[in-house]
Design a protein around this ligand. Structure first.
Ligand code: 2RA
Length: 352
């Protein structure tokens, strides 16, 4: 029997990418049940070429479900993932509710697939999209070179804040398009766009050094997620990490400038070899010919793209790199789908 899959949060920005992935990846699923808030119940969505009616979230939804994916806000996951697990499903959760729970593995199939097997709460967490946009490449480098310090700056897309983030950016871009003067006086863009949506400042014609909520010491929750989740996924609880997270006027695909210090000697040539061979990574590093990853080229693709690999001039054993990953695909839906497929293989004895 092929396992039954439930997708909770089928109608959101990540949910729509998930429907596309479920329709295009190797089909390991029997029934696929689409679940959302009562507001979206009754909607018909297409998955695997067939219309499926969305049902409202309830305990009964999880009857007979083997794997339940959650792409919903933290508080919804916190309440419902344990209910799905109690009904016998393995819950694969893309919220922040369980990521740092020591009894919940935080899994990236290319980096720590074995962690998915040890899940005392019946829940597996999917990392934050910013962490996911770099950790596959970092994991490959770490396995060979031993990562010891990490300093990153992110350039995060509007869709990290969901559909409202995308809508806000597009509305703001429409308002500023065509002006020959906006962006030349303090506050002119702020006044022109009016509504900031989920962001604390205008995103069109701007960059905003903020994502998430305020935490102790002036850190944003997003910056702490990058630190804590990288440590957990890489199995390096004492890894030195410092992150600055910035929102940029890009629709989808997060980028990161990464400064990574290693225990062993590194050369750009060796890093190129490792990255070129790493599953899930594309090396795109030919600055002479203007080739490096940019969000506009990476969006809609699965891998983590790495370019601008340089040996830091003043820091030994240190690489500076630029990485891009589609935050809705590998950053969210794809990694969740890959984890769910690991569980499907485990349940059906088809492990590779
Ligand atoms: C963001 N990483 O980009 C967050 C969403 N999970 O806002």
């Amino acid at each position: 029997r092929k396992p039954t899959l439930a997708l909770v949060g089928a109608t959101g920005a990540v949910g729509s990418v998930m429907l596309e992935l479920l329709s295009t990846r190797q089909d390991v699923w029997g029934e696929i049940r689409l679940i959302a808030s009562p507001r979206s119940a009754g909607k018909k969505l297409v998955v695997r070429g067939e219309e499926v009616e969305v049902v409202a979230l309830s305990e009964e939804c999880f009857e007979g479900v083997d794997v339940a994916m959650f792409d919903v806000p933290d508080e919804v996951s916190a309440q419902w993932a344990p209910i799905a697990a109690a009904k016998g499903a393995v819950a694969v959760d893309n919220s922040g509710a369980f990521r740092m729970d020591p009894e919940v593995p935080l899994v990236v199939p290319e980096v720590n697939p074995a962690a998915a097997r040890i899940r005392p709460r019946g829940i597996i967490s999917n990392p934050n999209c910013t962490t996911l946009s770099m950790v596959v490449a970092l994991g490959a480098l770490h396995a060979e070179l031993g990562l010891s310090e990490l300093v990153v700056s992110s350039y995060q897309a509007a869709s990290g804040a969901g559909q409202p983030g995308i809508d806000t950016l597009r509305e703001q871009l429409a308002k500023v398009a065509g002006s020959a003067t906006l962006g030349t006086q303090p506050g002119d863009v702020r006044r022109a766009v009016g509504d900031f949506g989920p962001f604390p400042a205008p995103l069109a014609l701007n960059v905003v050094p903020w994502a998430g909520s305020l935490k102790d010491g002036g850190w944003s929750s997003e910056e702490l997620k990058v630190r804590n989740e990288s440590r957990k996924i890489l199995g390096l609880p004492d890894l030195k990490v410092s992150a600055t997270c910035v929102r940029v006027p890009v629709v989808t695909t997060h980028s990161l400038a990464v400064h990574a210090v290693f225990e062993r000697d590194v050369t750009v040539a060796r890093a190129h070899e490792i990255l070129a061979e790493a599953p899930g990574v594309v090396l795109c590093d030919d600055p002479e010919n203007g080739e490096f990853p940019t969000p506009a080229d990476v969006v809609g693709t699965d891998p983590t793209w790495v370019g601008r690999v340089r040996q830091a001039l003043d820091f030994p054993n240190t690489l500076d790199m630029f990485m891009c990953g589609d935050n809705l695909r590998k950053g969210a839906a794809l990694n969740t789908a890959q984890i769910a497929e690991l569980i499907a293989a485990e349940l059906t004895g088809q492990e590779g």
